[in-house]
Ligand binder design. Sequence first.
Ligand code: IPE
Ligand code: IPE
Ligand code: MG
Length: 253
Amino acid sequence: MAEIDTSSLDMSRLPQHVAVIMDGNGRWAQQRGMSRVEGHKRGKDSVRAIVEATRKLGIPYLSLFAFSTENWARPRREVNALMSLLRRYLRTEIERMMNNEVRVVAIGDTARLPDSVREELEAAIERTRDNRRLTVGLCVSYGGREDLVNAARMLGREVAAGRLAVEDIDEAAISDSLGTAGIPDPDLLIRTSGEMRISNFFLWQLAYTEIFVTDALWPDFREPEYVAALEEFQRRVRRFGRVLDEPRRQAAH
Ligand code: IPE
Ligand code: IPE
Ligand code: MG
């Protein structure tokens, strides 16, 4: 793997979990008079670049919003193209993932995926399950509301079966019932293509995530754009609702 220029970054203050809404493939293609599917193809190269950069930086968790529950309503042709791209991505990247010690997990309703895609995904999950350097959460057929509905049902079933007291439903119980169970909440959310919205991504998990929106379209989002997002993250002051100590002002009193 080629080196990454980290001279502008404080390596001790990197996010532990970066989540990305990979948006703008269609517009990238349309701007070039190409079909939307060409944009998705090019977007696949950005996925590889960002996975590799995350691995090189030593960030342990990356979540990629690849296909939402709402995206099923797109034209069949586009949905099919996205599905076959996902399958091809998994097939061509698996060796690289093994070499880089990358673990793949799926977040979302994989039962809705075509059999061939689901099988490729399950094979990748199984083969990479012991890799520990980087966990890549592929969010496919994912919706934040659906995730919460499933969590509510799961907890409800535990209560109905007498295995869980209502009072024991707390924030940790809900976190542990979501598709991201075991994965820390994202520190940084990147959305490409300039849209200032969440589009039903991690509704619960983003409570205190720093949000970075860039006008770059996903196929144009590569290592330099990623480093710029991380630089911006490091300029943010995360308060988590508290008041920060102001040592200098305190010293003056
Ligand atoms: C993101 O690009 C990929 C998916 C949502 C699957 P889009 O396909 O949404 O591209 P735009 O937003 O129409 O440009
Ligand atoms: C969000 O992008 C979903 C993914 C990137 C997978 P969309 O393009 O589907 O979102 P909207 O329609 O702009 O809100
Ligand atoms: Mg879009």
